[in-house]
Design a protein around this ligand. Structure first.
Ligand code: BG6
Length: 493
């Protein structure tokens, strides 16, 4: 009998030779294997167009584990569960061979008909694959059938709806697991615990005590080799529609009545429904966009965005977005949620800063002004929280000084924190969809984003408008300054 930890399944990865599979999926599956979640009763089929043998595929899988300490010990045994099937997603015939291999492995490893399909490839094929999975009988087995689907989930609301409809021909909503890898990050999952397990925090978590909230997702890298995709997408679709709006909904949601997938989702959806949708002029007032120019960082000359490979030399695509979001409900009325994200910025960091209101009067007014209290949630590279408070400077008089209460792990201390993908794949194997995006969330986010994109496509900005190694265009600073605030610095900023 399989033990309790063990999850039985056949995992079929479409895009099995790709970058995501190599960098994230195989190492994550390996971690699940060493922890006993995957053991004797699992098999993985990698599919892609290339003609690879099982042996060659297994070598590639082992190579992908090279950075994992001690991996050589179990790599052989792990890789022996991997099979390769060359596959043309448009050709019906190849589905027949794939189906036969699936049935064979099901029997060989006694998988009880549990099947997880992972779509880790170009999104234009998602619909076709899902339909074939259904029509060719892959899901006519006794066990569970689940589909994990990578972003982008559509390009706008209309294309997302079309994609969703084609997936729904083959899978129920509760069988579709839309990945937003930020939801797998340790500190994103910690937001609910920080809020709902601490009365001193949750009781202040509203517009009576909070002045503004700032969410920063900054990146040092440029678009690298993803110019073709990125030039069509831009930062708004690449980061705001998914990761940032997911974070905002977790920060803004009401406490769920239970910690179940359904209750949490309902509250996130209600928060997104309260998000003010901007139109026309409002878009220019509350949304700032930027595009990086060329420049020198650490003695290295970096290309401008327009000079990157597969990018239109006159591109009007934004590589930076800053915005002021408003959530129109009783809890949040009047509290701005400032967000910013961009490529080629000064530092790689994800951080949430919750600024509390100032004390009603400064009793220590003859000194420098009191800094407000700020709760910072560090998502990456460090993980943890810092609370900024004021205390008395030791010695004579009543001089205040700022102190930080820290609970922060550096990325080195958290070698044992599972990677986002590892957590998400395990959740899916267990049938827990809490940290995946529900269709209602996706459609509300696209509706919001489409209104911004509609205005941006009809107007041009003066691009490029920020230097690599900066924190974006000056308009992003002005966005918060005109409300009397400043961006809370991210580490190293
Ligand atoms: C992806 C975006 O979703 O997230 C990338 O497509 C971005 O453009 C990446 O670089 C950032 O993820 P992380 O986990 O490195 O912060």
């Amino acid at each position: 009998m399989a033990d309790e930890l063990e999850q039985k399944a056949l995992i079929t990865i479409f895009g099995g030779t790709g970058d995501l599979a190599n960098r994230k999926l195989y190492p994550s599956l390996y971690h699940l294997f060493t922890k006993g979640y995957l053991k004797d009763h699992f098999a993985v089929i990698g599919t892609a167009r290339r003609e690879w043998s099982n042996e060659f595929f297994r070598e590639k899988v082992k190579e992908s584990l090279q950075d994992i300490e001690g991996a050589s010990e179990h790599a052989e045994e792990f890789a022996s569960h991997f099979y390769y099937q060359s596959h043309d997603v448009m050709d019906q015939e190849t589905y027949v061979s794939l189906k036969n291999l699936s049935d064979e492995l099901d029997e060989k490893y006694q998988l009880d008909g549990n099947r997880l399909f992972y779509l880790a490839m170009a999104p234009n094929f998602f619909g076709t694959i899902a339909r074939r999975i259904k029509s060719e009988g892959f899901t006519d087995t006794a066990g569970f059938h689940r589909l994990i689907i990578e972003k982008p989930f559509g390009h706008d609301l209309k294309s997302a709806e079309e994609l969703n409809n084609s997936l729904r021909e083959a899978f129920r909503e509760d069988e579709i697991y839309r990945i937003d890898h930020y939801l797998g990050k340790e500190m994103i999952q910690n937001i609910s615990v920080i809020r709902f397990a601490n009365s001193i925090i949750e009781s202040l978590w509203n517009n009576r005590y909070i002045d503004n909230i700032q969410v920063t997702l900054s990146e040092v890298l440029g678009v690298e080799d993803r110019g073709r995709y990125y030039d069509e997408s831009g930062a708004l679709r690449d980061m705001v529609q998914n990761h940032i709006l997911q974070i905002v909904s977790l920060l803004a949601m009401e406490p769920p009545i239970k910690l179940t997938t359904k209750e949490i989702r309902n509250e996130k959806v209600r928060a997104l429904r309260a998000l003010r949708v901007y139109e026309g002029k409002e878009v220019h007032q509350h949304f700032i966009r930027g595009q990086y120019g060329n420049g020198e960082v650490d003695g290295k000359e970096l290309k401008s965005y327009r000079e990157e490979e597969n990018v239109d030399p006159n591109s009007n695509t934004e590589t930076f977005v800053a915005a002021k979001l408003m959530i129109d409900n009783f809890r949040w009325a009047g509290v701005p949620f400032y967000i910013r994200t961009g490529k080629r910025l000064a530092t790689k960091a994800t951080q949430i800063a919750i600024h509390f209101k100032d004390v009603p009067m400064n009793l220590f007014g003859n000194q420098q002004s009191l800094g407000g209290n700020v709760l910072v949630i560090h998502i990456q590279p460090n993980e943890g929280i810092t609370l900024h408070l004021n205390v008395k400077e030791p010695g004579q008089g009543m001089v205040t000084m700022p102190v930080n209460l820290d609970y922060v792990h550096s990325s080195q201390d958290r070698m044992n924190t599972p990677e986002a993908y590892e957590k998400l794949i395990l959740d899916c194997l267990r049938g827990d969809a809490t940290y995946f995006s529900h269709w209602d969330e996706v459609s509300l986010s696209w509706n919001f984003i489409d209104h911004i994109a509609a205005v941006w496509t009809t107007t041009k900005d003066h691009f490029p408008n920020y230097k690599p190694g900066s924190m974006g265009p000056k308009e992003a600073d002005e966005l918060v300054q005109k409300d009397g605030f400043a961006w809370f610095p991210v580490v190293d900023e």
